[in-house]
Ligand binder design. Structure first.
Ligand code: FES
Length: 375
């Protein structure tokens, strides 16, 4: 563990709940979802936000699951705003109504990131596993723009929707978004389980890059586009979370504190909880956050790499999922001993994508409208 206290995280991801009426096959939540009965209560979330602000955290991202399944969301946003935190709502939009948006806007919400599964309604609802979702999302976008809350549209890209990236960019322009994320799927958790159904070809990747370049030229400074490449086609690994325990702190619905949303997939770790310890103590002193922080934990090829303080060895959860060792170099890196695993996954990609394995909340009470049976 590093002896010097780390600077505070920039952002806190508050996963208020794992409940969600959508069933996306690339969901970033863990394979084992937290039950509603164990979710942190309102007062505990407020204490966490207060501790975060006192530590120097700047932004709170309200996420899930679907954070709008929590009726206390406007109260939590108002409290975070009062503390001087920048507030961002990450939502599917399917539970958003004029009244709930008004309550959030009145609470001072700074920004909404609204996800769409596709520009084509039938495909979007097949991918998200919820009939009727697209109309609700379009209405949500209209309400957000009408309320003058800055809007980002998020599209997760994979082999089954990549051809429609130009239509997605047109849609962002039409709906009045100020920013659009064209983010290729990441392959851990649900995404890894559905990798053959999701992984695009290199040609598809090039086409999405070309569509983004054309839209950037057309949009100029009117609409910003963030493009996230599928790291299976990159030579360098991504600096996942900006480095383990360096910029982000995640709070799971039950109060467990994580360096990233997938950290629970790493066996043998003990996860501290805000029910027992302060956020500051966890960030500065917990063995979990010190485990892969900085560069001391690295072995070669990371240890002797000129990029080690740029990519921080890549993604620990991907290293575990593919190479079986969370302390290994991310196999995405072309210098990693496990890089052949990436080459094999691309080479063995089936010509016809298999059926999706949907992320379902199970029989537990969603506390929100039940999704229709997926197609
Ligand atoms: Fe855990 Fe990348 S998702 S380190």
């Amino acid at each position: 563990m590093n002896a010097i206290a780390p600077p505070p995280p920039m952002s806190l991801l508050a996963e208020l709940t794992h409940r969600c009426p959508l069933q996306c096959p690339y969901c970033s939540n863990p394979l084992k979802l937290d039950p509603r009965k164990d979710e942190l209560e309102t007062a505990s979330w407020k204490r966490v936000f207060k501790e975060a602000a006192e530590m120097g955290v700047l932004q709170v991202h309200f996420s899930g699951g679907e954070p709008m399944a929590r009726p206390d969301l406007p109260e939590l946003v108002a409290y975070a705003v009062e503390l001087g935190l920048y507030t961002n709502l990450i939502t599917s939009g399917v539970l958003l109504t004029a009244a709930s948006l008004k309550a959030l806007a009145d609470a001072g919400l700074d920004h909404v990131q609204l996800s769409f599964q596709d520009a084509d309604t039938q495909q979007a609802e097949r991918i998200g596993g919820m009939a009727g979702a697209q109309a609700k999302k379009l209405e949500a976008a209209r309400l957000i723009v009408a309320e003058d809350v800055p809007l980002t549209l998020n599209f997760v890209i994979h082999r089954q929707n990549a051809a429609r990236v130009p239509a997605m960019l047109d849609m962002a322009e039409r709906l009045g978004a100020r920013r659009v994320e064209i983010a290729h799927t990441q392959y851990y958790g649900w995404g890894l389980m559905n990798r053959d159904a999701l992984l695009p070809s290199r040609d598809q990747l090039i086409e999405t890059e070309q569509a983004v370049a054309a839209a950037r030229a057309r949009f100029g400074t009117r609409i910003a586009i963030d493009f996230v490449t599928p790291d299976y086609y990159a030579d360098q690994p991504k600096p996942c979370m900006g480095g383990w325990g360096q910029r982000f702190i995640n709070i799971a619905p039950t109060g467990k504190v994580l360096p990233c949303h997938a950290a629970e997939s790493i066996p043998g770790l003990t996860f501290p909880t805000v029910r027992d310890e302060s956020l500051s103590d966890i960030w500065q002193h917990s063995p979990l956050f010190g485990l892969y922080r900085g560069t001391d934990w690295m072995s070669d090829p990371c240890k002797s790499c000129a990029f080690k303080e740029i990519d921080w060895g890549g993604c620990r959860c991907q290293a575990l999922a593919l190479a079986g060792d969370a302390g290994a170099t991310d196999p995405v890196c072309h210098r990693a001993p496990g890089h052949t695993l990436i080459e094999q996954a691309i080479a063995q990609r089936p010509a016809v994508p298999p059926a999706f394995r949907y992320r379902r909340y199970g029989n537990a009470d969603l506390g929100v409208a039940k999704p229709e049976e997926s197609q």
